[in-house]
Design a protein around this ligand. Structure first.
Ligand code: FAD
Length: 464
């Protein structure tokens, strides 16, 4: 008999008062008993609506069925047929708008906690199989496919190609692999040991990763073909270029882009007491924006000891961040100012930020994004004392690859133009996917694009 409870098994979490002072993981994961109980809520629908909304089409009812039967390793093996990064996706995927959004149990009550169960299966495997080699090896000989960027898109593309027997080399600009998984999403949401473990799984399959290699500077894409003999290139270079509002004061000391702030904290470990990475530890911090990036920046600043206010120009209803992140931020004492937008940042005589001036907004007809357009209310300016401002209002693709690759077509805003199904770009043999094509999106969409491109690259190489 299925478990007909209308609510999910709750995820055990660190106490908000304790966790707002540390960087340890917030969500602690299900016990075996909780996982089996939750898995028994799945009805095992024959038409599998949950699978249709998973960009990598994991056979969700099948893996949940194995968890219900206590066969945790079998569950993991099912997931990894479709998804090479399950411990990561189980933690950060927006399941509420994807697989769980389609779950039948969600019609009367809460959907099955698919993400938590995915995380459970992956964590069980990782705990049991310490760094065991998969036995799969890329074809001997030199690499045939070059992948630019080691974020979820590049990793998924490389993993799928390695499974097919191709030699693959990933070229990564930073000194650590993982893209946003390593430099953006904080330790307390996604521990870096988990990211490294899942990347190690790909290396065990034969994927090579060359870090500290900026394509477009160290080497060009044309050189990858002509000098190094790669047959195809996949571009998964993400959208790491921060946007600013172009308001006065954004160049003051103490004003960060969220990307820089998070990179210093996550990649360069500025939060650790023995770290040599400089970081401005503000006491009163304003974070501008309402997405996951804004929540992550705010929660990091809180953990560094600040009073933090999130300034968002629409209402709570429109906030793009995951509900869970907003709730966690509130529990940790972060204040939200909705319908508010900065117009000016002021500084002291030494050039350090000391004030932010914000304007009240009202919502009007939907804009091109389909969301209600915020319009400023004249004369509603208010100033607040702050000693740090973090801008988290979006990112776009870095123009370096476009500017060094002749014939590679891009959108006006910088996104590489690529076929949705195959990732084929305007240049023969060059494929692209993930945030570099769509602009800032999600881990699983980037992985889906990487996987689809791997199929197309396989077909392309066989055809030449
Ligand atoms: C702070 C933050 C929090 C987020 N939270 C979530 C979340 O909770 N859930 C979710 O689903 N999504 C989240 N996202 C979005 C998600 O992380 C991205 O959509 C996803 O990482 C995109 O993957 P990608 O592989 O396309 O690019 P990226 O992850 O950006 O990886 C691109 C990689 O390419 C490298 N690169 C760039 N240019 C070059 C070059 N010229 N040569 C070599 N290497 C290069 C970069 O250094 C980087 O490592 C978040 C994003 C941020 C910034």
């Amino acid at each position: 008999m299925p478990n007909m409870s209308l609510i999910k098994n709750e995820m055990p979490v660190q106490d908000p008062k304790v966790r707002s002072g540390n960087f340890f993981e917030v969500a602690l994961g299900y016990t075996e008993a909780q996982a089996i109980d939750e898995a028994n809520r799945c009805l095992g629908c024959k038409n599998k609506p949950c699978v249709s909304d998973c960009p990598v089409n994991v056979d969700i009812p099948a893996f949940i069925g194995e968890i219900a039967a206590g066969e945790f390793e079998k569950a993991y093996q099912i997931i990894t047929r479709y998804n090479s990064l399950p411990a990561i996706c189980g933690r950060v995927c927006p399941q509420e708008t994807q697989c769980e959004g389609k779950c039948i149990r969600g019609r009367k009550g809460e959907p099955v906690a698919i993400g938590r169960l995915e995380r459970f299966a992956a964590d069980c495997h990782n705990a049991r199989e310490e760094d065991k080699k998969t036995g799969l090896k890329a074809r001997a000989g030199k690499s045939q496919v070059a992948v630019v960027g080691s974020g979820p898109a590049g990793l998924a593309c490389a993993g799928s190609l390695a499974q097919k027997g191709y030699g693959v080399t990933i070229f990564e600009a930073l000194h650590v692999e993982g893209g946003v998984l390593s430099y953006g999403i904080p330790e307390f949401r996604l521990p870096k040991t988990i990211v490294q473990k899942e990347i190690q799984g790909l290396k065990n399959m034969g994927v090579e990763i060359a870090v500290n290699t900026v394509i477009g500077k160290t080497l060009t894409i044309d050189e990858l073909f002509s000098t190094y003999g790669y047959k195809a290139v996949f571009i998964g270079s993400g959208a790491g270029l921060p946007k600013f509002m172009n308001i006065p004061g954004e160049n003051l000391n103490g004003v960060y882009s969220a990307n820089e702030f998070l990179t210093r904290i996550n990649l360069m470990k500025a939060y650790m007491t023995d770290s040599s990475t400089p970081i401005h530890r503000g006491k009163k911090v304003a974070v501008v924006g309402g997405g996951n990036v804004a929540m992550d920046a705010a929660r990091c600043a809180r953990r560094l000891g600040a009073e933090v206010t999130i300034v968002y120009r629409r209402t709570e209803k429109e906030i793009p961040a995951r509900l869970e992140e907003v709730e966690h931020a509130k529990e940790e004492g972060i204040v939200f100012q909705f319908l508010t937008s900065p117009v000016n940042i002021a500084g002291n005589e030494k050039g350090w930020v000391n004030k932010i001036v914000c304007q009240k907004m009202a919502l009007s007809e939907p804009d091109e994004s389909g969301r209600a357009r915020p319009v400023p209310l004249e004369g509603s300016e208010e100033e607040a004392e702050v000693d740090c401002v973090i801008m988290a209002i979006g990112t776009s693709p870095n123009p370096l690859i476009k500017s060094t690759t002749a014939g590679l077509d891009t959108q006006k805003w910088g996104g590489i133009i690529a076929d949705e199904e195959t990732g084929q770009t305007s240049r023969r043999g060059i494929f692209a996917g993930g945030d570099a094509v769509t602009g800032a999106a999600t881990v699983i969409l980037a992985m889906g694009a990487g996987k689809k491109a791997a199929e197309a690259i396989d077909a392309y190489i066989k055809s030449i």
